[in-house]
Design a binder for this molecule. Sequence first.
Ligand code: FAD
Length: 372
Amino acid sequence: MENCDCLVLGLGAMGSATLYHLARQGHDAVGIDQFEPGHVWGSSHGHSRAFRVFYRDPLYTELAQAALPHWQELQATSRIPLIHLCGFLAFATPDNRMMEDHLTAIRQSEAPFELLTPAEVTSRFPALQIPARSRVCFTPQAGFLDADRCVATHLAEARRLGASIHGQVTVEHIELGRGHTIVRTSAGDFRANRLVMTAGPWTRQCLPELTLPLTVTRQQKFYFQPSSPGALEPTSLPVYADYDTRYYGFPLHGPGVKVADDTRGAETDPDRIDRRIDHQEGERLGNWLASLLPQRTFKLLSGSTCMYTETPDQDFLIGRHPRQPGIIVGAGFSGHGFKFSTLIGLMLAQLATIGSTPYPVQRFQLDRFSRP
Ligand SMILES: Cc1cc2nc3c(=O)[nH]c(=O)nc-3n(C[C@H](O)[C@H](O)[C@H](O)COP(=O)(O)OP(=O)(O)OC[C@H]3O[C@@H](n4cnc5c(N)ncnc54)[C@H](O)[C@@H]3O)c2cc1C
């Protein structure tokens, strides 16, 4: 049996960030994952995740703004480019309710934003031609994160600061003890004073006793190769999101231009998810891309599957296990959690070690679905 002070179960976006913050605070921290960290079977793989402050709920704008300096600090310390602040441009038809709600919220926030006409969009970003009559909001304090690098950098920095990382270790059972938790795994047992559970889509399986109301859906993302790369780089193109179709795209980064649909896919089981790519969806997204960036053609390069894990009220789950104070859970990060991951890692590390966090996590408590 290996004794450890802080054990982190799951090393995707949230677990890698938690391990980093624990190690940074000087704690004896061990991270385990059922796969080799950096794998493509969970929710955190790939070259890009949008970083936006444009939310209909001011809490998430506030959290995104709080996360930004942490990403910039990690980038400066590691000297690895992690965040590209190319801006985020949302557009929709004039009667789109979701857009209206986002505009109301951004006006009340402290985040800078600009309302642009479609013609102003094209004069600023020459490749982009959005439909006439669209309402457009551009937020400059936004862009995208290089997801794979963010996870790898959190882990590399955690290791440099003394954390141990074990891949190919599957947690099979968790036993609640007095003042400690026994974690039985495929590679032996751990006795942990504090356990942080960041198991993403596998959270329900890891904590069956809590019957957490988490839904896991199958999502897809696609890469396209443009016939010419000009004006598609992050220096000339923001992240762009269509609030009518819920499709969104990125500038050229990694193997090509990434496009995805934020609509919830079919419910799935993380161990049985269908990894085959739906080429019709790829074609649909390719047509949307070609209509927005019309001076070039796009060839479908690749597609991959990923999972959203969501709560019924769509708020995150961050907090203490109701029956074991030494277990802290972070889950339900849905299709927009990545941008917050470095901050959520800090919150989880603080909850595990000092028992509280100065960040606003009251809304995210685990027991909110079981209260009368
Ligand atoms: C297609 C797609 C697009 C997205 N786009 C954006 C975006 O643009 N912007 C944004 O901010 N967010 C975005 N997100 C959301 C974001 O990526 C997720 O919220 C985030 O990555 C969730 O991370 P996680 O650490 O909770 O889960 P995961 O990355 O799935 O990590 C969980 C880890 O736990 C491990 N694990 C589970 N069970 C066990 C076990 N029994 N034993 C050992 N290890 C175990 C798994 O192997 C895994 O590595 C997107 C998500 C998807 C799927």
